[in-house]
Design a binder for this molecule. Structure first.
Ligand SMILES: Nc1ccn([C@@H]2O[C@H](COP(=O)(O)OP(=O)(O)OP(=O)(O)O)[C@@H](O)[C@H]2O)c(=O)n1
Ligand SMILES: C[C@](O)(CO)[C@H](O)COP(=O)(O)O
Length: 254
């Protein structure tokens, strides 16, 4: 299948862009129940929203979903039950994940076909990221940045603590120099693949992919993040996500 057949809206000559969506987490902080990525949001599984958010970007021709190792067939069925509209056409692959985020992403990266040059890594848990943010990340990678991260300034002051009981403050970093980072994080494919080959994944592994690329000495460029790209982590985040979605449906019709 030619690239143009996969995504007719993709301009000729664009580097092939793929998104890897780690969706193999349990969602412990959200509380007991269905794995987080499969929980409904506005009646549609969170993962389906995340896949659509990637496929909506003009140049994304492939989305690799990393499913819980025991949930590949269920995830495939669920995606088949919620097909992408023609305007968001992209090829979908489902692969089994690992026992931390870093291992799950690595499995997704290893599944990419050789012609992919730009890779987005996007949390299934950020279902509402606007397409403009996704496009900004892709544009910055196309512009030559090896790694690109959407980021927002912090609202709260952050303390560095000593992990004792009770915890003791050891410092207050200058808030003006701190950013909260989101996904999708965008990468030159070779840079991301090298980071996943070289950075060890012991314990909980790396908390984000850009952090791994930083460790190899590459520059990471920031683009503005978006408030609606927040991560659904705790129960209150679900309430906010439902409200954002209801407002979008009322104003934009989706
Ligand atoms: N072994 C894992 C752990 C996490 N993730 C994915 O990484 C993203 C960010 O992780 P997080 O929000 O922490 O999800 P969970 O690990 O599911 O949440 P929790 O820590 O509350 O269990 C999620 O899309 C999650 O599915 C993954 O693919 N594989
Ligand atoms: C990748 C990430 O979303 C950037 O903020 C975040 O680090 C994921 O952390 P989690 O604990 O796996 O949710």
């Amino acid at each position: 299948m030619s690239d143009e057949t996969r995504n007719p809206s993709r301009p000729a000559g664009d580097p092939r862009t793929a998104a890897v969506i780690p969706a193999a987490g349990r969602g412990t902080r959200l509380g007991p129940g269905t794995p987080k990525a499969l929980r409904p949001l506005g009646g549609i599984p969170m993962l389906v929203h995340a896949v659509r958010a990637m496929a909506r970007a003009r140049t994304v021709g492939l989305v690799v979903v990393v499913a819980p190792p025991d949930g590949v067939a269920e995830t495939r069925r669920l995606l088949d039950a919620h097909p992408l509209p023609d305007s968001e056409s992209a090829e979908l692959l489902v692969v089994p994940g690992g026992d931390n985020r870093q291992r799950s992403v690595r499995r997704g990266v290893e599944a990419l076909p050789p012609d992919v040059e730009i890779v987005l890594v996007h949390d299934a848990a950020r279902p509402l990221v606007p397409v403009d943010t996704v496009e900004d990340v892709i544009a910055a990678v196309r512009d030559g940045a090896p790694a690109v991260v959407p980021a927002l300034p912090l609202s709260d002051t952050v303390k560095e603590v000593e992990p004792s009981a009770p915890e003791r403050v050891v410092g207050t970093p200058d808030r003006a120099r701190l950013r909260a980072v989101q996904t999708p994080q965008g990468f030159d494919r070779d840079v991301l693949a090298a980071a996943h080959r070289r950075v060890t994944d012991e314990g909980d592994g790396a908390t984000d992919d850009a952090g791994m690329v930083e460790r190899l000495g590459h520059d990471v460029r920031l683009v503005p993040g978006h408030e609606e790209a927040f991560k659904v982590t705790r129960p209150l985040d679900l309430v906010l996500a439902e409200a954002v979605l209801a407002r979008r449906r009322a104003t934009d019709g989706f």
